[in-house]
Design a protein around this ligand. Structure first.
Ligand SMILES: NC(=O)c1ccc[n+]([C@@H]2O[C@H](COP(=O)([O-])OP(=O)(O)OC[C@H]3O[C@@H](n4cnc5c(N)ncnc54)[C@H](OP(=O)(O)O)[C@@H]3O)[C@@H](O)[C@H]2O)c1
Length: 378
């Protein structure tokens, strides 16, 4: 833990948190952390809105900074709003002038250029949480079990992951040089009311997969669907992330936050189908063929989802004692489907993705029929 060389406000924050946590029962391993004033840059997104909600419930003073364009996500009572375009450091500086924050959570930093200005803008905060991604871990993996301490950061398949790695390196260098109080959080595939987590789906129009299932159209599963995968509900991510806020032991740390439930992709698709009231027709297609059909799939498949990935969450549990993900996929996906069912305007279909999947299914099933040996004549 670096305290020497930190800006005075960081040191004050650190000692305040340690002093309050050490007076609570169980002390070092189960600290009762004081409430903090936290600014979420973002805050009305799928993940960040769950964290804003959980922050309010935990007694924190929660502020959101965004452009005010995303209006379909309810903001809990008591949340303070700031409006600015995060891509303009001057606009952010103007919006936050006059307010000091104990913690800033950066949800929408994707490249070092977008994050660099935060080193000055938020130089005085007690903790800066950077939301990265578990896609930063080495692909293909050398070991199925991902641990922060032993899994290198390297992803030759996905620019998004390489950019997140570059952001992490910039921030950890600032931590080493000046004591910038960064905590890196790495979610893996995380869903919530408005997102259906599948391997080949439409992120913008998630209902597309259910629409296909209900029409009896094949849904595409890469490989043979037996690789292991982890999906996490946004409420569980929020429990872990809120446990890190104002947590002095989390400063200088990088930690993933996931469920401990391990499923195969076949399980995940079938569970989505069950929640939607259908038995889905799965079409297993080699990943190479999918990437050849749509090169944009390379990052999300070869750079992430087709590799068996199971997370060891012991570092999180060390920092947030008692953390357990409590939303099993069977339960979470039912409430997600119910959210879509509640309003027809949510059930949009991505016609372009649909047409691509139809084309792949047609080519692949035709090719498969051609390699089936003719019946042996007796
Ligand atoms: N979901 C996953 O499975 C997953 C996995 C790994 C990592 N992550 C990481 O999680 C983060 C995304 O979190 P999320 O799901 O909560 O976000 P999101 O759904 O992408 O929402 C974006 C939020 O940021 C605001 N915003 C967007 N552009 C802005 C701008 N230029 N200036 C100010 N505000 C802006 C939006 O509000 P306005 O539109 O009103 O501005 C909204 O509040 C990303 O860093 C992503 O890499 C997600």
């Amino acid at each position: 833990m670096i305290v020497t060389g930190c800006p005075p406000r960081v040191v004050t924050f650190w000692y305040r948190c340690v002093a309050m946590s050490e007076t609570s029962p169980g002390s070092a391993r189960s600290p009762r952390l004081p409430p903090v004033r936290v600014l979420h840059v973002g805050g009305t997104g799928l993940l960040s809105s769950a964290c804003a909600d959980a922050g309010i419930r935990a007694g924190h003073e929660v502020w959101l900074l965004n452009r005010g364009r995303t209006r379909n996500v309810p903001v809990p009572d008591g949340v303070h709003r700031l409006v600015a375009d995060a891509r303009s450091p001057a606009a952010v500086a103007a919006a936050v002038t006059g307010t000091t924050f104990d913690v800033v959570v950066q949800w929408i930093g994707f490249t070092p250029d977008q994050v660099r200005a935060d080193l000055d803008l938020f130089a005085g905060v007690g903790q800066y949480v950077f939301v990265s991604s578990a896609s930063v871990y080495r692909k293909p993996p050398a070991h199925y079990l991902v641990r922060e301490s032993s899994t290198p950061l390297e992803n030759p398949f996905w620019q998004y992951a390489r950019d997140k790695i570059a952001c992490e390196l910039l921030l950890s260098e600032a931590h080493r040089r000046t004591g910038f109080p960064v905590t890196v959080v790495r979610p893996s595939l995380t869903y919530g009311p408005s997102q259906i987590p599948v391997c080949v789906g439409s992120w913008e129009r998630p209902w597309t997969i259910v629409d296909r299932m209900r029409r009896g159209a094949e849904v595409i599963v890469p490989g043979d669907g037996t690789s292991l995968w982890t999906v996490t509900h946004a409420d569980d991510l929020a429990t872990g992330l809120v446990g890190l806020l104002g947590n002095p032991r989390a400063i200088g740390e990088a930690v993933h936050i996931t469920s401990d439930e391990v499923l195969t992709w076949n399980d995940i698709y079938r569970e989505v189908g069950r929640a939607a009231g259908v038995e889905p027709r799965l079409l297993h297609v080699p990943t190479d063929a999918l990437v050849a059909a749509d090169p944009e799939l390379e990052g999300t498949l070869l750079g992430d989802k087709v590799h068996s990935t199971v997370f060891d969450n012991s570092r999180l549990r060390d920092l947030v004692p008692g953390f357990t993900a409590t939303v099993p996929f069977t339960e979470g996906i039912r409430s997600t489907i119910a959210w879509f069912e509640a309003d027809v305007t949510r059930r949009l279909v991505d016609r372009e993705a649909d047409a691509l999947w139809d084309r792949i299914a047609e080519v692949y099933t035709t090719a498969l029929a051609r390699v089936v040996p003719p019946p042996i004549e007796r």
